[in-house]
Design a protein around this ligand. Structure first.
Ligand SMILES: [Zn+2]
Length: 339
């Protein structure tokens, strides 16, 4: 007996590219789960990065979607890594209510060497550095930023660490990325990217059940464990169930988010809530890029001119914008002559 079957009838299956909030009241747990399909595939196909980079960026996208859609806010949620590995920069930003864009920066020679050595796990490609998670609610508001260290850790561990530090809520995270081949009607196969993710948090009504000792404010001193918490039995059960999720199952369109939740939690009465759809959409525009260029000094404008024009390509979506240098000449004297 479970609420889920009833809820499924009411809400239908969310399908791809929709984040499904859920609650397991018998275990005092709440969470969100998602499978990304066409939205993820279109972002990665456009960039056409080498496979290990696409895979890594896909993990970041799932994580960002899970975290971004869980925040009650309007604005942007930005996840960015800056590290010393072959992939030194990943940026994923989520704009409420649904828009996602992402890009990666990597060193081709170092990446090729890492692939040669078989070191293509996310933690190998990233190396050491930080992940910054920023909530930006626009002008006139304070930006909130959490920084988590990346040091040979998986993105799942990074996310769990973030919640420990920032919210002190026990959290478990699973992420999986898959590439599947589908037979085309014309014969042959087309490969596409998929991913799945699930985050579950322990939110008992009695806060003392979380049994978290007070944390010092801000980042923990070097060498101090985040906390030693003796988990509640209910939370141990949630973790044990989440641990049974196979990567293939998490991203499998035949399984879907609701079937996965049912398999994990039906004995404890899992309920699902209306899903939040996400899509591949970049917020760049001519006007926004013009605003950025307008803040350039005359020298910077001059340095941006190539063949008499200024061309700016959006890193996220690849859209190219062209401007006349004279648009940015405060004196109205037209562009400086190229030698
Ligand atoms: Zn763009």
């Amino acid at each position: 007996m479970s609420d889920l079957s009833g809820s499924l009838g009411e809400l239908g299956f969310a399908g791809d590219d929709a984040v499904v909030p859920f609650a397991v009241e018998g275990l005092d747990a709440r969470g969100r789960a998602v499978q990304l399909g066409p939205m993820l595939d279109s972002i990665l196909a456009r960039h056409a990065y080498p496979e290990p980079v696409s895979r890594l960026l896909a993990e970041m996208i799932v994580l960002t979607v899970l975290l971004g859609t869980s925040l009650k806010f309007q604005g942007k949620f930005i996840a960015q890594t800056q590290t010393d590995g072959p992939v030194d920069l990943l940026v994923v930003d989520f704009s409420t209510p649904s828009d996602v864009r992402a890009y990666a920066r990597f060193d081709e020679a170092r990446l090729a060497a890492a692939v040669e050595r078989g070191e293509t796990e996310p933690e190998d490609l990233l190396g050491s550095g930080v992940m910054a998670l920023t909530v930006d609610q626009g002008a006139h508001t304070q930006r909130y930023q959490g920084i988590v260290e990346l040091n040979g850790t998986t993105l799942e561990e990074v996310a769990e660490g973030y919640f420990r530090q920032s919210e002190q809520i026990p959290t478990t995270v699973r992420l999986a990325v898959a590439r599947i081949a589908r037979r085309e009607e014309t014969g042959g196969f087309r490969e596409s990217w998929r991913a799945g993710g699930l985050v579950a948090q322990f939110l008992p009504e009695a806060p003392e059940r979380m049994r978290l000792p007070d944390l010092p404010g801000g980042d923990l001193p070097e060498g101090v464990e985040a906390f030693e918490f003796e988990p509640d039995d209910a939370w141990l059960e949630v973790r044990a169930l989440v641990d049974t999720i196979e990567d293939s199952e998490l991203a499998d369109p035949e399984v879907g988010v609701e079937r996965l939740l049912f398999r994990l939690f039906h004995e404890r009465g899992v309920r699902v809530f209306p899903s939040d759809g996400v899509r591949d959409e970049c917020s760049c525009s001519r006007e926004r890029i013009r605003d950025v260029l307008s803040s350039f000094t005359a020298t910077e404008i001059e340095e941006s001119i190539e063949d008499g024009r200024i061309e700016v390509t959006c890193e996220f979506c690849g859209e190219a914008y062209e401007f006349e240098p004279s648009e940015f000449d405060p004196e109205g004297e037209g562009p400086a002559e190229e030698a």
